[in-house]
Design a protein around this ligand. Structure first.
Ligand SMILES: Nc1ncnc2c1ncn2[C@@H]1O[C@H](COP(=O)(O)OP(=O)(O)O)[C@@H](O)[C@H]1O
Ligand SMILES: O=C(O)C1=C[C@@H](OP(=O)(O)O)[C@@H](O)[C@H](O)C1
Ligand SMILES: [Mg+2]
Length: 173
């Protein structure tokens, strides 16, 4: 089985994915890490040098590579992955996949991302907490349409990472 984690930046896809893979003894892939590895460059640098569209093409390529593999895997997608082109459709078309939306509130996302926005080119220009919150509110509203197409939805605001992992393993039974 391939388990795909979806959700907005800061929802915990990367940290939860890594722990979930350990517990399930599945291979772990973070789509952003794969892109950085393949390009030998940070996501920030790719955005700066080549722009977002180029990044989205790389993201799509890596997604296709992952889908072609046979291993049992946990895959942490990027926050934008399910929202571009037919990325979500090609995931859902494959047999034996599960999509899981880590759903976090605007307040929680703002709090987490304010300290980590410099690693994320989509939000790094937003200087104040208020500007970041306003951006997330609108952006999440647009993107939630895609995230909500995931088969399992976990509300993560009140949960620690280990608790999110436990919830997922329970829902997978
Ligand atoms: N359930 C949680 N409780 C507390 N902090 C969390 C939780 N999930 C993620 N975080 C923290 O939020 C930040 C973003 O997590 P990350 O896994 O990088 O998110 P994503 O990959 O979805 O952008 C990290 O600092 C991470 O440690
Ligand atoms: O939401 C987005 O458009 C993005 C999310 C990032 O991943 P995380 O969701 O893991 O932060 C990364 O793919 C890139 O910076 C773009
Ligand atoms: Mg991530």
């Amino acid at each position: 089985m391939k388990i795909f984690l979806t959700g907005y930046m800061g929802s915990g896809k990367s940290v939860v994915g890594r722990e979930l893979a350990k517990i399930l003894k599945y291979k772990y892939v973070d789509l952003d890490d794969q892109i950085e590895l393949m390009q030998g460059k940070k996501i920030n640098t790719i955005f700066e040098e080549r722009g977002e569209l180029y990044f989205r093409k790389l993201e799509r390529q890596i997604l296709e590579d992952i889908l072609a593999q046979k291993d049992k895997m946990v895959i942490s997608l990027g926050g934008g992955t399910p929202c571009y082109g037919d990325n979500f459709e090609i995931i859902n078309k494959q047999e034996n996949t599960k999509t899981i939306y880590l759903s976090a509130s605007v307040a929680v996302l703002t709090e987490r991302l304010f300290h980590e926005k410099l690693q994320r080119p989509v939000i790094s220009h937003l200087e104040t907490r208020e500007a970041l919150e306003e951006f997330i509110r609108k952006h999440l509203f647009e993107r939630a349409f895609y995230y909500n197409q995931s088969e399992i939805i976990i509300k993560v605001d009140e949960l620690r990472v280990a608790e999110v992992v436990t919830k997922i393993t329970e829902k997978l039974k």
